[in-house]
Design a protein around this ligand. Sequence first.
Ligand code: C2E
Ligand code: MG
Ligand code: MG
Length: 389
Amino acid sequence: VLFMDLDHFKNVNDSLGHVAGDELLNQVAQRLRRRLRAEDTIARLGGDEFLILLEDVQPPNHAAIVARDLIITLSAPFHLASGYEVYTAGSFGISLFPQDGETATDIIRNADAALYLAKSEGRNTFRFYTDELTITAKHRLRLESLLRRAIEQKELSVYYQPIVQIDSDEVIGAEALCRWITAEHGTISPAEFIPVAEETGLIVALGDFVLRTACRDAAIFHQKNPKFRTIAVNASVRQFQGIEWLELISRALETLPAGLLEIEITESTIMNKGSEAVAILQRLREIGIRVAIDDFGTGYSSLSYLQRFSVNQLKIDQSFVSEMTKNPASIQLVRTMIAMAKSLGLTTLAEGIETKEQLEILRTEGCLYYQGFLKSPGVTADRFMKEFL
Ligand code: C2E
Ligand code: MG
Ligand code: MG
């Protein structure tokens, strides 16, 4: 529940009269409604107070994004019939069901309490009922605006981590990993900004940038040394949909033969997308692109989809690799994954190899490729060419 109160509404009423005040409320309601979805409920409680009910908010940060958008919507001037141009702003208190109250009365009361805090904080802002949520939501929104700027101003770059063929120890490809290096905050980890990019839709622009950069660089790598034959690019669930993405891929492939490109998706992406995923994977295969399952073993690990979907490679998650030397019983797990992949006609790559000992186990078990700090972390395109091609 979002409890909203217009800031300084009384000024409009007092200085321009009640007719102008009513008109403003009307226009505010229209703007709120335009940003909300059909299934959301919006009501005026009285005076300048509105109550908004958002259903299915997952995760809580989405409520903050809506509040932020509504704040922006309300910040543009309102043009009244009388010719006046007035400015107002909204403050929002947010409470969540069921953690902030089990009944309508409790939920609304706690949203109101949060609104009180938002107002005392200087208005034109939002607060959750719990401080913790307010802090994480504000941190994420800040990250979002920084990231938006980073994409526009090309502060992102792509690093390349070598993919090594285990039997020959040759570098035969690389995984493209997005890097965000900022002047003020140092390097921000993809583990932190990729989820934000996914939640806000920025992943589409980010993914397009990575894909185009990686394809362009890979063409140069391949030209320098034809042994370089795979560029792996991560795709997340928000990118992995429909025609638009396939078009971005086709455009990126103007500089690179399709057979050199490998798209990495996670198990959960496939499971989330169901039959749509089948169609997209099918299409990728038709174009000649290979598909790898990233972080294999951490998700559903359903065997049926491996058969049903056109997948070429399993990337065994680094958690299994690091377990292997600590707990020999887990070697059995890795052995099973490799055997299973083989019988399905898939290749295997182990991620996160840090020691020679780990590499030896994988060699013995018949794993074909690896990535890991033992060979190298992700490096710039220049370094990659100098050191590995
Ligand atoms: P991932 O695709 O599983 O990538 C492998 C991650 O493991 C990378 O972290 C890599 O630096 C790290 N790594 C590689 N070798 C080792 C090792 O020997 N030891 C350890 N401890 N770590 C190793 P990074 O670059 O921080 O990326 C994290 C995740 O962020 C990636 O996991 C991927 O899911 C996502 N990501 C990165 N770039 C992109 C991108 O351009 N698009 C999308 N959608 N996701 C990306
Ligand atoms: Mg990956
Ligand atoms: Mg991985």
